[in-house]
Design a protein around this ligand. Structure first.
Ligand code: C2O
Length: 344
């Protein structure tokens, strides 16, 4: 059977997975009784998520306004900034158990649930931001770290006065530092760029012979957490978290630790690109090595999660409804893919 959505009334204390200690914050969401099965609204106009390095001043202003309003929502509003950050903590740090499976933790990382869960998370986050600025066309930016033109923290996130700023980041890796997708520690920017492109080629093309190599290993009801991440989750995704996380903090906060990652607005921009990698892999890349990219196992398709939508309604969503970004109403700005034939 598929992994079931968690029972919110059984949400309990989360654990800092970096240290193994119980967290002293409560990352459980507010409780309501009514859960609705979510229907994706009809797509009237496809939202285009922009590259974070190429956005206009006007976009930056709107985005900051939306985040600022999210921070000012009442603390117990499920759309509040901290509540949204806590979604990641609850689903990733053992606050939830799998329903009916004893004390077995629920975990959305290191398995085939990784891409669908984060896609839904960003989907609602984006709709909440759009609602807060009365702009239903608002689209989150993506951090284009797979392209040399995007291999620094996007400048708009490095403005200390901005709502999207977070001081808990590695100060050595502020722009113009080049993101190090292999965590090589190299200080030669040209070498890091070249290594990044090799990593992208390997994760996206060369290293995958089956759909689960890319997506992550099967994770079904009653089985233990962490069956194994896909290539992109394990590689570039995790490296960016670790590279941005602040070594001055006790355990890599914010981006370098599951429970705190969602507190940095850069998280949702980073995951925009992670999600974009999924779309490229599904629809764009040469598929001679992986002839069947679709996972048709019902235990995958029928897995479900709970989120609060932009109207603060609690909704149940399914993996099967997350497989097409276009059906969900958004796409990514087209940019070059310089790694596509970067054979090592
Ligand atoms: Cu849920 Cu990038 O982690």
């Amino acid at each position: 059977n598929p992994v079931q959505a968690p029972e919110l009334d059984k949400c309990s204390t989360a654990t800092n997975l970096n240290t193994g200690e119980k967290l002293d914050i409560n990352c459980c969401p507010p409780l309501v009784q009514k859960i609705t099965d979510y229907r994706i609204p009809p797509v009237i106009r496809t939202k285009i998520r922009p590259s974070a390095h190429r956005v206009s001043q006007e976009y930056i202003f709107k985005y900051n306004t939306a985040i600022d309003r999210m921070k000012r929502l009442p603390a117990d509003d499920p759309r509040n900034f901290t509540q949204q950050a806590n979604i990641h903590c609850a689903y990733c740090n053992g606050a939830y158990d799998q329903p009916g499976q004893g004390g077995l933790d629920l975990q959305v990382h290191n398995s085939w649930l990784f891409f669908p869960f984060h896609r839904w998370y960003l989907f609602f986050y984006e709709r909440i931001l759009g609602k807060l600025i009365n702009d239903p066309s608002f689209a989150l930016p993506f951090w284009n770290w797979d392209n040399p033109k995007g291999m620094t923290i996007p400048p708009m996130f490095d403005d200390p006065k901005a709502a999207i700023y977070d001081e808990k980041r590695n100060q050595a890796n502020r722009p113009p530092a080049v993101v190090d997708l292999g965590l090589t520690g190299s200080t030669d920017p040209l070498q890091v760029v070249s290594n990044n492109l090799t990593i992208m080629y390997t994760e996206m093309i060369r290293g995958n012979s089956t759909a689960t190599d890319f997506m992550g290993q099967p994770y079904i009801e009653g089985t233990p957490v962490n069956p194994g991440p896909g290539a992109s989750e394990r590689g570039s995704h995790t490296s960016v978290h670790a590279w941005v996380g602040d070594p001055r903090q006790p355990s890599g906060e914010d981006l370098g630790n599951f429970y705190s990652a969602g507190r940095d607005p850069l998280f949702y921009c980073h995951h925009g690109n992670v999600d974009r990698m999924w779309t490229l892999w599904q629809y764009y890349l040469p598929n001679n090595k992986v002839p069947e990219k679709k996972i048709t196992d019902p235990d995958f398709l029928n897995a479900s999660f709970l989120f609060y939508d932009e109207n603060a309604q609690l909704v149940r969503v399914y993996v099967r409804d997350s497989l097409s970004n276009l059906a969900m109403g958004y796409d990514y700005d087209r940019v070059d893919l310089p790694w596509i034939d970067y054979r090592p």
